[in-house]
Structures are given as C-alpha cells and as structure tokens.
Design a protein around this ligand. Sequence first.
Ligand code: SF4
Ligand code: SF4
Length: 316
Amino acid sequence: MDIVVLGKTGIEVTKLCFGALPLGPLQKNLPVAEGGEVIAYGLNSGINFIDTAQGYKTYPHIKMALNAVNFRPVIATKSTAVDYEGMEEAIFEALKSMGVDYLDIFHLHAARVGSDVFEVRKGALQCLLDYKKKGIIRAVGISTHSVKIVQAAAYRNDIDVVFPLINKIGRGILEGTVADMEKAMDICSKNGKGIYLMKVLGGGTLIDDFESSMEYALDLGNNYSIAVGMISNEEVEFNTKYFSGIKNLEDIIKIKNKKQVRVSQGMCVGCGTCISVCHSDAIDFDENEKAFIDQSKCIQCGYCVASCPEFSIRVI
Ligand code: SF4
Ligand code: SF4
C-alpha cells in the first residue's frame, strides 16, 4: 500500500487510514475484544494509521489492537474540549486508555462548530501546543466539516494537520461547496499541512457509488491519506486490497447487503426531520426522544440519511 508523508510533520502513513468511529458504541457497538480484533486485522493487513476521538469511545478497542500487533501505528485522536484543563484531561485520557506514551496527531475536534473555533477554543489549542513542545504530541491538527475553518487553518503556523470532510457530492460540507473545499485543501497542502480525508463515502451513504466516490477522493491529492470506517475483517480485506490496486468490486455488494441504516443516538437531537421524510413509516422516537429505525420496515432508500441536519444517520 502507498505511503504518504503528512505535510511538514514528516509523519509517514498509509494511504488508507483505519477510521475507528463506526465499530464503537456510537454506531455498530462491537464488543471491545471483537472491535480490537478488527483493528488488529487492519494493522496486520498493512494499514499503519488509525483515526479516533475521545468521543468515539474506541480507546479500549485500540489498546487491544496495539497489544496484538508487533509495531506501533500512527494514532490520530481529537477532543471537543474547549479550555486548557479540559484538553489536558483529554490528552491524559487518551494516553492512559490506549496505553501509549505519546500521540502522533491530536486535533481540535471541531466537526460542526463555527469558524471562530480558533478564538473560542484558544485555551484548548494552547494546551495541545504545550504538549507538542513536551514531546507528548507529535503534531497538532483540526478536524472539521467547514470550508472556512480549512481556509483559516491553511495560514496558521500552529496547525500541522487538517482532517476535512469531503466527498464527491459535498454531503455534510459546511460553509462552502465541494469546489471551495478542494481549493482550501490545496492551499493547506501548498502551505505544508498534512491532510487526510474524512467521510469520502458520506458516512457509508455513498456505498452504492463506491468506485466513483473513492476514485474522486484518490484523485484529490497523491499526498492525502483517506480515513475509511471499518467494522469487519471483510471490510478491512476489501479496502486494503482496493488501496493496493486489487479492485474486486463484486465484494462491495456483499458488504453492502450486510449493512443497515442506523441512527447514532449520541448525535441525534430529536428534530424529527427524518420521520417526516420516511415513506415506509420506519422511524419513530424512542423513550429518550431520539430517532429509532425499525429495520423490518426500512427499505434502505436513504432519504432520511440525506435529511438529517446532524449527520447522525449512517449506513453501517
Ligand atoms: S432509509 Fe428510507 S425507509 Fe429506511 S428509515 Fe430511512 S427513509 Fe425510512
Ligand atoms: S433528522 Fe437526525 S437529528 Fe433529527 S430526529 Fe432524525 S436522526 Fe435525529
């Protein structure tokens, strides 16, 4: 599998990054041992890069995987902490819960926040910079869905790595278009930022259009890595082969057939938009006022996925 260098950081990662969100409690909720095995399988299949977050709650799965392989992969994590103290706690939690003594990349987790993030969270950013000086963090980054934040990051000396949301139809991009995001990423790259891509398959919702979605992402930049969420050895095998040039696209149909449309309960704000667009009467609120999909009624049309303002309905 190709190796890319993340900007001026010198950090070498595989073109395919293991996205740890979908196997954790927010989505598929695999038991720790099972999730850890899938990550370890990915690492033993040639992936050297894992993306996670404090909020994904997948540190225990990653710890298990690290204990099962004989090399130390590159680990990127992130936190939504706003101030210095909160970020310091997030760093300690990551180190302790994954059983590591340094973190390769630590992002401000700023998925859906406004472009004043660097001002609003300057305490948290300062904390990351201090821990970079101490050698506990190798690179400081920002993960975002917003074009404006990517544009701003391009000109900041304190940001080493950018993790932007992009996919060929622009699903989930905030404050700009796909073309705007491409341009902002280009500037970041020219200015020496490391870049790896988020949600190139729209959180699983573009799986019907896997090849053109992935080819679009691969064409964006030779020096970009791509995070792909994986929940089974079968998916790991398919993706590692695909990224090594072995493209057996019939296998993606088998993977797709095992997937379900599901609501990430932690992210649902109970707005009800998805309920109003579902013609199959498959969605209702549960006792906590979160959307819940009755799988026996769902025909996987995807209307609800596109309707959710919180990006909380996924195909996993
Ligand atoms: S995918 Fe279609 S049928 Fe299934 S819950 Fe969403 S809108 Fe309803
Ligand atoms: S549209 Fe999204 S946020 Fe709103 S109720 Fe449905 S899942 Fe929840």
